[in-house]
Ligand binder design. Structure first.
Ligand SMILES: N[C@@H](CCC(=O)N[C@@H](CS)C(=O)NCC(=O)O)C(=O)O
Length: 77
């Protein structure tokens, strides 16, 4: 499963979500407005910044929207 930690009205998150939609990649959104998702983000990533991607299948995780977009594009190939 691909999980994207996001927050509402985050342009960097929107950019990733838009590109994922274009690529036909399903992302499960975890909005850090929910305390349990903020806690997960801090555990998995170590800092409070979104977007943050977790690719469970490939044991990969990353911050930075441009890196995430690049990763999704490569993953799609
Ligand atoms: N360079 C980062 C910038 C990400 C960023 O600034 N995210 C903001 C939200 S739009 C953030 O996480 N701020 C901390 C917070 O809202 O707690 C990227 O492209 O992903």
């Amino acid at each position: 499963m691909l999980i994207l930690y996001v927050k509402t009205r985050c342009p960097f998150c929107e950019k990733v979500l838009r590109r994922a939609r274009e690529l036909g990649i399903a992302l499960k959104e975890h909005n850090i407005a929910e305390p349990r998702y903020l806690e997960e983000l801090m555990q998995k990533g170590g800092k409070r910044q979104v977007p943050f991607l977790v690719d469970e299948e490939r044991a990969v995780s990353m911050y930075e929207s441009d890196d995430i977009v690049r990763y999704l594009e490569e993953r799609k190939k």
